[in-house]
Design a protein around this ligand. Sequence first.
Ligand SMILES: Cc1cc2nc3c(=O)[nH]c(=O)nc-3n(C[C@H](O)[C@H](O)[C@H](O)COP(=O)(O)OP(=O)(O)OC[C@H]3O[C@@H](n4cnc5c(N)ncnc54)[C@H](O)[C@@H]3O)c2cc1C
Length: 388
Amino acid sequence: MLINLTDVQKEWRDKARELAVTELGPRAAGVDKSGTYPRDSMNALRDAGFYGLRIAKEHGGAGADLLTTALVVEELAKQCPSTAMCYKMHIEASELVARIPTPDQVERFIRPITRGEALFTVAGGETSGKKGDNWSPTGAFSAAGKTGTGYRLDHIRKSYVTSAGEATHYFFMCQAGEDAPKGALTAMIVEGDKIDWEKDGEWNGLGMRGNCSSPVYFSGVVPAENLLGQEHEGGKYMGTVMMPVVAVTYAAAYLGIASGAFEIGCVEGSRQYASGARRVDNPINKRRMGELSARVEAARSLLHLAARAGDEGQVSLPTPYLQAKVMASEAAIAVTEDMMTMFGGTAFAGRLPFERYFRDARAGMVMGLANDEAYPMIAGMILPRQKT
Ligand SMILES: Cc1cc2nc3c(=O)[nH]c(=O)nc-3n(C[C@H](O)[C@H](O)[C@H](O)COP(=O)(O)OP(=O)(O)OC[C@H]3O[C@@H](n4cnc5c(N)ncnc54)[C@H](O)[C@@H]3O)c2cc1C
């Protein structure tokens, strides 16, 4: 780690590390094997006060900055990427309401988070749905009907909802009314106990198997008091208020996969066999470990610098956060692929946990902002605009 941390940042990192090692790590293989939600691990995070990490101190939270958030999520992902992803979604989903709450929302949503009573998640993307299509350049989302007192959700299907059936609150994006301006999205909080929701099958993913990221149908009326900010402004909030934490926590989760697998590789690769040989003494493996250490450190340094610059108010466009996201997810792919080769049959047979990290790492390429989508977006931010 190349940048200096404050005492508070170190405290949260160390607290997260200890909790991850004692609570998350021992359950990680079981969570992956059974594909069940890491409820005990999430409860441990809740009980240790992690749910309110980014909530302002005046509302009872820890008021943590972006860099602290990145440190915490990396530590969790090193031990259990599935738990880290559920936690990351909670942080992401509660970010907007934490930043721009109404007084009523402070009492109904923010304080329950800090008391550990509310677990948030994101009900965003709609693929293969009735109307939604991630591929669409206009970002087509279903429309909620406006009722006068709120918004009617008419069997709207969200394709991947982490913590489906476990979360109490959903950060929900949709169009407000059929006649909403083209591409304009509205953000709101959907309360799980005040609306009908139905999971459309169980999550049985290749990786991140403890996520419970099932499709969910939502039906019922969301009261107008649950609107976040202004109607039709959800896309703007996503780009300005939410993007830093969305991208930073994705990057931190994938970085944790990379550094977690790499650290296991260092320990296991240094074990001496009866012959006296160690895997890391093989010249190819030695080169591998050197190269991978550089990739992990490069991703970590960019992430930390981006987060700290954001904390200092120096970031006007989300370019560095997105660059950190793609670098971290690719570091996770590189490390886990090489660990699979370096540890050969032992890794392939699942006698060491590399194949779990390998599967979890694949999610980094396609989720959040898929890298194929993030790269052109980064280019759009750095290239001069065409003259009209
Ligand atoms: C484990 C997991 C957990 C998730 N959790 C949540 C959650 O909690 N909440 C939530 O809302 N969503 C969640 N998602 C959804 C995720 O954020 C993505 O929306 C989803 O993975 C996209 O999958 P898709 O099949 O819809 O991909 P598609 O949109 O069909 O994309 C498939 C591929 O097409 C390419 N592509 C797509 N769009 C573009 C573009 N505009 N430009 C260039 N290339 C493009 C990319 O290569 C991409 O990888 C989760 C996904 C996973 C895997």
